[in-house]
Design a protein around this ligand. Structure first.
Ligand SMILES: C[S@@+](CC[C@H](N)C(=O)[O-])C[C@H]1O[C@@H](n2cnc3c(N)ncnc32)[C@H](O)[C@@H]1O
Length: 248
């Protein structure tokens, strides 16, 4: 069965991995210029991996979509820190998308994860000695509100603030802040001032994630990160006095 349906089209991205275009949101699931796999690794998985060094790591993947962040995380930890126990929690509103992922054309790197891909697509769940993965087929806002002081890592990878504003508001990030451990790290592709402001207003320190071959992104934590490139939010606020964060 092909992956393409009335709402999604398969799109080849510039790193050779396929992503999808959503007709409903009129947006791609990943940056087609950075590439789906590369974006997932450079903007989410690697920066978080380098900052959080624990035997057991709790991850919130907002939102599951095509599952790249969850799958790339499993692969990267297996290759670089195989003893770590990973618990991944991921909400996704689109249940029919999740069902169709067993037919998605994933990069060859994910071939070793075939059993996990099938289980997540069919059951929304996977567990083995090293891994616990739960997909919540429903609203991320409702899901996040259930957690307190729990997540070490949050991948903030919703559709863009202009397309899906409810997952970028000050109130939404208040729930995220509560759900995270104080020393936890949030990663996002968004560098929009309004996104950073909504995080800052909830006590996050804001950092630039910049590197070779991908567009800059953002890191945030409620604890200061000594070796990261801090964004001077007070200066930016002074330069943009009329700018407001998104609100519910
Ligand atoms: C940019 S995509 C996520 C890409 C994903 N991280 C990946 O690696 O493929 C955004 C996803 O958010 C989902 N979504 C939109 N609003 C949502 C909500 N309120 N709760 C849960 N999921 C939502 C969409 O169905 C879509 O699959």
């Amino acid at each position: 069965m092909p992956f393409d349906d009335a709402l999604h089209t398969l799109t080849l991205s510039d790193d050779g991995s396929y992503t999808a275009y959503s007709k409903e949101y009129d947006e791609h699931y990943h940056s087609t210029k950075d590439g789906a796999l590369k974006e997932s690794l450079q903007k989410h998985v690697i920066p978080a991996f380098e900052l959080i060094k624990k035997d057991e790591v709790n991850i919130l993947d907002i939102c599951y979509g095509l599952g790249f962040n969850t799958l790339a995380t499993i692969l990267y930890y297996r290759q670089n820190r195989p003893q770590t126990k990973l618990n991944i929690y991921s909400p996704e509103l689109d249940a029919s998308l999740v069902k169709s992922l067993q037919y998605f054309t994933y990069p060859k790197e994910f071939e070793v994860l075939r059993e996990i891909i099938i289980s997540l697509s069919r059951e929304g769940f996977y567990r083995d000695e090293q891994l616990f993965i739960e997909l919540f087929l429903g609203d991320a806002r409702e899901y996040v509100a259930k957690f307190e002081d729990f997540f070490d890592i949050v991948y903030q990878d919703a559709f863009s603030p202009s397309t899906n504003p409810v997952l970028w508001t000050k109130e939404y990030f208040a729930d995220i802040a509560k759900a995270m451990k104080k020393e936890g790290v949030l990663t996002t592709y968004s560098t929009a001032f309004r996104t950073r402001l909504a995080l800052y207003e909830n006590g996050f320190h804001i950092y630039l994630n910049k590197g070779e071959g991908y567009r800059s992104a953002t890191l945030a934590s409620q604890t200061q990160l000594p070796n990261a490139a801090a964004v001077d939010m007070e200066h930016k606020i002074a330069c943009n006095p009329d700018m407001q964060s998104l609100r519910d």
